[in-house]
Design a binder for this molecule. Structure first.
Ligand SMILES: C[S@@+](CC[C@H](N)C(=O)[O-])C[C@H]1O[C@@H](n2cnc3c(N)ncnc32)[C@H](O)[C@@H]1O
Length: 222
């Protein structure tokens, strides 16, 4: 697990836009997909909300929904709190310092997990995490997930990073981190993990290089 240090929060919002192809668009599309599938007054769990960008995108598409967002980094959570306050969303968003395991409620209509799963090793931790998400959803609850799959197209990614103004050393470090430190799985393995965790079907909604966004529906029986 990679809990971000408090210091990561300061430039996170600028950095992530230059690191992740389609970051903002993926959030918008996942928010639209949930809005198209959920009741207006749904309750949504956001796991690893970081600085809270997805909360803003989700709240725009789901104006009557309520959110519980967990994030273990105090620095990231403080930025999220500022953004939520500034957007006038504090009455609809509970921000909790902690991990998925700290969430007691078991009947959310949807869970959103953006750029978290690749930090977990595929030695049971990814499976436990996805089962933990499933356990916190009600019947027919759904998961909106955005995460990098195993890296491919490194040269293309390098050029995309360069287009965003990153120098060679920084680009090399990002690509090395993605290759060596992250625990990305293939699309097929992710499907398998989702099925084992109790998600019956998933729909791919977004794909930019190796970054993929999908919605998966919880099966009735866990
Ligand atoms: C790359 S950031 C993504 C933040 C946000 N979801 C976004 O899309 O910008 C990953 C975040 O997940 C948090 N995190 C890591 N492991 C976690 C876990 N097991 N449960 C909840 N959050 C976790 C980190 O502290 C970090 O803030």
């Amino acid at each position: 697990m990679t809990i971000f240090p408090d210091s990561a929060a300061a430039d996170y919002d600028a950095r992530i836009l230059r690191m992740v192809p389609g970051y903002a668009l993926a959030q918008e599309i996942l928010a639209c997909a949930l809005a198209a599938r959920l009741e207006r007054s749904s309750r949504i769990l956001v796991v690893g909300c970081g600085t809270g960008s997805e909360l803003i995108a989700l709240a725009k598409q789901l104006p009557d929904a309520r959110f519980t967002a967990v994030e273990p980094s105090g620095g990231m959570l403080a930025v999220a709190r500022k953004k939520v306050d500034l957007a006038g969303l504090s009455s609809r968003v509970d921000l909790v310092k902690g991990l998925l395991d700290d969430v007691a409620e078991r009947s959310f209509d949807a869970a959103v997990v953006i750029l978290v799963l690749h930090f977990l090793t595929d030695d049971g931790r990814k499976a436990d995490f996805l089962s933990g998400v499933r356990e916190r959803l009600g019947k027919n609850g759904m998961l909106a997930l955005f995460d990098p799959a195993a890296i491919g197209e490194e040269a293309t990614y390098d050029r995309w990073l360069a287009g965003g103004g990153l120098g060679a050393a920084e680009r090399g470090a990002i690509i090395a981190r993605a290759r060596n430190d992250w625990h990305c799985v293939t699309a097929e393995r992710l499907d398998e993990l989702l099925r084992q965790a109790g998600f019956a079907s998933s729909t791919l909604l977004f794909n930019a290089l190796n970054y993929r966004g999908l919605v998966a529906i919880a099966s009735g029986i866990v």
